[in-house]
Design a protein around this ligand. Structure first.
Ligand SMILES: [Zn+2]
Length: 311
């Protein structure tokens, strides 16, 4: 991945390469059929409970992804699969300020962080657009495309409404006809414009790698130090502390160790500091509760697992 990421990014180290973004979208596209397959297997075993979910699979999946992606977007600024690739979404400011971003990464990260509206717009792109496309693809397949249409041309069907058809039937007929006529063009335009944006992104001519990102004014960036909490470090939502260079200094209170105590991960802190950390968490209650302050690993036995060091 490192080799590929050097192909296009030039001097901008936070800009993910097109290859990373394409692998990310391939991974996301794989999720939906994989979940469908697993659900199909379970539905065959327990049809009574799962058949309703399976019949409404597209809607259930979209709703489920809406919840998952909303969590990841608000927490990490990127979708589930983007976060997996270490990529986040960022608002595009009127002017790029690379030196300011290096000097005060916290401030730069705060000003480009996704706002509420950006999260919903991103959700529409991540969940809404694929859902609509699946529905339209299905409708096109049923009403206009399919193997028969490939053989006989798309106009082989003669489903014109009868003279005495209701208004609803007539409307449905014209909608199908419209779909048959314009859907291939829309599809082609979608793929062509994506290709154009991909190429522009590859050659550093555009901030955006798809037309949708251009429309909502959001670009993709690599996650950096400043993204891991507000100045502090975090792991899976748990607050972490930075290890001090001097091993006689406690990483929690940043004073000399009093009553040195080791946790299961091997790090040593003052007894009162680590006891309070493990029992209540630091500052926000529950944020680091029961976890090692340096690695974020959950400690077995809570405060019972703390070991005083006798030297
Ligand atoms: Zn301490």
């Amino acid at each position: 991945m490192e080799f590929m990421s050097n192909v296009s990014s030039g001097l901008d180290s936070s800009k993910p390469s097109l290859f990373e973004l394409l692998s990310e979208s391939q991974l996301r596209d794989l999720l939906e059929p994989s979940v469908r397959y697993v659900l199909a297997v379970f539905t065959q075993r327990h049809p009574r409970y799962l058949i309703h979910i399976f019949n409404r699979y597209d809607e259930v999946y979209a709703l489920f992804m809406l919840l998952v992606e909303r969590h990841y977007l608000t927490r990490w600024g990127g979708s589930f699969t983007e976060n997996f690739y270490g990529i986040k979404r960022e608002r595009v400011l009127a002017k790029d300020l690379p030196r300011a971003a290096r000097a005060v990464p916290d401030v730069a990260a705060a000003s480009t962080r996704l706002r509420r509206g950006d999260v919903w717009r991103s959700l529409f792109l991540i969940v809404g657009v694929p859902y609509l496309k699946r529905k339209l693809d299905d409708a096109y397949e049923i009403h206009a495309g399919g193997a028969a249409a490939n053989l006989f041309g798309s106009n082989y069907r003669n489903d014109e409404p009868a003279e005495n058809a209701t208004a609803r039937e007539k409307l449905l007929y014209y909608l199908k006809k419209l779909l048959r006529k314009i859907y291939p063009t829309i599809n082609a335009a979608y793929y062509l414009s994506t290709l154009a944006f991909n190429l522009a992104y590859l050659f550093d001519k555009s901030h955006y790698h798809t037309p949708f990102h251009f429309l909502v004014n959001i670009r993709m960036r690599r996650l950096n130090e400043a993204d891991h909490g507000d100045g502090g470090r975090e792991r899976q939502g748990r607050k972490l502390v930075k290890l001090q260079e001097d091993s006689r200094i406690c990483a929690i209170c940043e004073n000399e160790l009093t009553n040195p105590t080791a946790v299961q991960t091997g790090y040593v802190f003052c007894y009162p500091c680590i006891f309070r950390w493990v029992q209540e968490g630091e500052e926000e209650p529950g944020s680091g509760k029961g976890c090692c302050p340096v690695t974020g690993v959950r400690l077995l036995g809570g405060t019972e697992g703390l070991r005083r060091i006798m030297v």
